[in-house]
Design a binder for this molecule. Structure first.
Ligand code: CP
Ligand code: NVA
Length: 305
């Protein structure tokens, strides 16, 4: 079993299936008011270089609900690379806490922290990947249908969320078609990796330009912001480039039964219209809730399995 939870590509379908099953148990326990104290005495350090609502609250609340504790670290406080080296930060934290969750711009930095630390590191989003989100999405899909049967379309920017969704589908033998404009399709190395895994698992991975092709008769349509954190200066031209990729009434007519997914935060009227995001077919708050349960299961798996 890998020490860290950095990319789903390192994990097997069997292990992700175990995490999913535990997340489902944790969700029903939580909803019936039970708080199993499986992480009593355990501490999570959370390091955020970018803003967060969901990741911050779900990791912190999740640790507390399981009897553990979380410590919030901000870059201006820690100064990785300015006040001290990534290696020294990783080695110090390894002496004090049990697990680290980091949200960094650079994926290379989280890989370096993982290499230096003797404790598990969880990727809470980098510019490249968002694996915790994909696990919550898997839990959300599994509550509706067998993920192996699910047809998923991702429409918009081929970003970190798209990458992790693609890797999730590859590992779990699922079917995904990503529609993104030229120049904004998923990174070639992620697509190649996903295709390599898919050759073993029977997953179907497709990347196209035309959103209509991607969404035809799918079960789930997923979208994310056109301007990710760190790209704010590009927001204006991105709105032009991605306009044909908006998830709106016309597009969803092509998939009349599709559920709508978004990792949030959302921009109503940009990547998705407000009526759809807030409508009956939207799963966005289920996804957000499942961050809590999926991440508890990830932390338990890393610390207790
Ligand atoms: N979806 C997600 O990761 O949300 P936050 O950026 O609020 O953590
Ligand atoms: N792609 C988005 C996801 C936010 C959860 C970003 O990186 O900002």
């Amino acid at each position: 079993m890998p020490k860290d939870f950095l990319t789903l590509a390192d994990w097997t379908a069997e292990a992700l299936g175990e995490i999913l099953a535990r997340a489902q148990v944790l969700r029903s326990l939580h909803r019936s008011g039970e708080r199993p104290q499986t992480l009593q005495g355990r501490t999570l350090a959370m390091y955020f270089e970018k803003p967060s609502l969901r990741t911050h609250v779900t990791f912190e609340a999740g640790m507390e609900q399981l009897g553990g504790h979380a410590v919030l670290l901000r870059p201006e406080q820690v100064g990785i690379g300015t006040r001290e080296t990534p290696r020294d930060v990783a080695l110090n934290l390894s002496r004090w806490v049990d697990v680290i969750m980091a949200r960094t711009f650079s994926h290379a930095l989280i890989e370096q922290l993982a290499e230096e630390a003797s404790i598990p590191i969880i990727n809470g989003l980098t510019d490249l990947l968002h694996p915790c989100q994909a696990m919550a999405d898997l839990q959300t899909i599994a509550a509706i249908m067998d993920p192996a049967e699910a047809k998923i379309a991702y429409v918009g920017d081929g970003n970190n969320v798209a990458h992790s969704l693609m890797l999730l589908c590859a590992v779990m033998g699922m079917q995904i078609c990503i529609a993104a404009p030229e120049g904004h399709q998923p990174a070639v190395q992620i697509q190649r990796k996903a295709e390599k895994i898919a050759a073993e698992t029977g997953a179907t991975i497709q990347v196209v330009e035309d959103p209509a092709t991607a969404v035809a008769d799918v079960d789930f349509i997923y979208t994310d912001t056109w301007t990710s954190m760190g790209q704010e200066d590009e927001a204006e031209w991105r709105r032009q480039v991605f306009a044909p990729y908006q998830v709106n009434a016309k597009l969803v007519e092509l998939a009349p039964k599709a559920w709508l997914m978004h990792c949030l935060p959302a921009h109503r009227g940009e990547e998705i219209t407000g009526d759809l995001l807030d409508g009956d077919r939207s799963l966005v708050y289920e996804q957000a809730e499942n961050r809590l349960h999926a991440q508890k299961a990830i932390v338990e798996h890393l610390l207790l399995a």
